[in-house]
Write a protein that binds this ligand. Structure first.
Ligand code: NAP
Length: 312
């Protein structure tokens, strides 16, 4: 058996198309497009690629996206001043500070920044107010990656209510909100992490298995219940030939990409899991495009709410 592909890129395109009339209506009423302020600190190449993807996608959907690049040596105080300016900006409805921040900013920097963003403009859904509202299943701006996963499952016809769901990973930005969203849709949810004992056995009970770990090909076929829907959130770049040859079979696309580029992107799920799973999201082309689509959706939602309360 080979798993059905859960085509995140196609679902993301569909979501962006659905947003366009709402973007047009907002622009007509407000006299300007919905605006997103993106802040990138430092020169991490992966962050640079993500931020460019977000800016391009925003432009194609009719939103305004302004990227503010700050040097790696920026202090936390300087970054907070930029966030404050965006909080007070009339033309920015959403604010995104790209993670990770440079390590030199300190271990607590990300939390400080998330706390500083106006909850009404918190399109990443990381502010404690939005997280609290999510816990209580109240209307809120929800983290983009897990809400994208829900869109992918629902639009692909994967039943969530009553399903056994296992989320591997308990980060604030993926694992925890993912588990809450599944719970609110009536799945029976287990969260696993690095201290979980007998992880493959627990994972193999799942009808819906979400891997958000950050370890290449960690989830092998032993983790997968036959027929399960497997969502691969992980994004890992492999540059080690021996590892690539261990994971990808000869003649596979992964091997071909590695030979051409000297590196290949892989998720947390081993390619062999496709032989057992009923449905599987690919990497790339799975969760990544959905994360961007949900960011645009959150920005539009934030803009529409600001219009209603007269802040636009
Ligand atoms: P993170 O903050 O590093 O969290 C990783 C989680 O995985 C932690 O909860 C950790 O457990 C768990 N873990 C690590 N090693 C494990 C092991 N051996 N067994 C079981 N659990 C283990 O990462 P994240 O920010 O959630 O991101 C996870 C992955 O998703 C990364 O590859 C990231 O690049 C990717 N990602 C993709 C998108 C997208 O748009 N596609 C967006 C965000 C993130 P502990 O808590 O016990 O340490």
């Amino acid at each position: 058996m080979t798993a059905r592909v859960l085509d995140g890129a196609a679902v993301a395109r569909q979501i962006r198309e659905e947003l366009k009339p709402r973007v047009d209506a907002f622009t007509a009423k407000a006299g300007r497009p919905p605006g997103l302020g993106i802040v990138l600190v430092g020169d991490d190449p992966a962050s640079d690629i993500y931020v460019r993807g977000k800016t391009k996608s925003a432009g194609e959907t009719g939103l305004r996206a302004d990227l503010e690049r700050l040097p790696a040596a920026t202090s936390l105080a300087e970054l907070l001043r930029v966030v404050d300016r965006l909080n007070r900006s009339d033309v920015h409805d959403g604010i995104l500070v790209q993670s990770p921040l440079p390590a030199a900013m300190g271990a607590d920097a990300e939390r400080c920044v998330f706390d500083a963003v106006d909850p009404a403009k918190d399109v990443d859904g990381f502010h404690p107010i939005n997280v609290g509202r999510l816990v209580q299943n109240r209307d809120s701006l929800v983290a983009c990656t897990p809400s994208g996963v829900i869109e992918l499952l629902e639009r692909s016809g994967v039943a969530i209510a009553g399903a056994r769901a296992v989320v591997i990973g308990r980060s604030d930005i993926v694992g925890k909100p993912m588990a809450l969203l599944l719970l609110h849709r009536h799945a029976t949810v287990t969260i696993c992490h690095s201290r979980t004992v007998d992880l493959p056995r627990i994972a193999a009970e799942a009808d819906i298995l979400v891997a958000a770990i950050g370890r290449a090909a960690f989830v092998t076929r032993a983790f997968v219940k036959p027929g399960a829907a497997v969502i691969d959130v992980g994004m890992n770049r492999l540059t080690d030939r021996a590892m690539v040859e261990r994971i990808f079979s000869p003649g596979s696309n992964g091997r071909g990409t590695f030979e051409r580029r000297g590196s290949v992107l892989i998720g947390d799920v081993h390619p062999e899991a496709a032989e057992v799973a009923g449905a599987l999201s690919p990497v790339p082309g799975g969760v990544g495009p959905l994360t961007i689509a949900m960011l645009l959706k959150n920005t539009l939602t934030a803009a529409e709410r600001r219009l209603v309360v007269g802040q636009v």
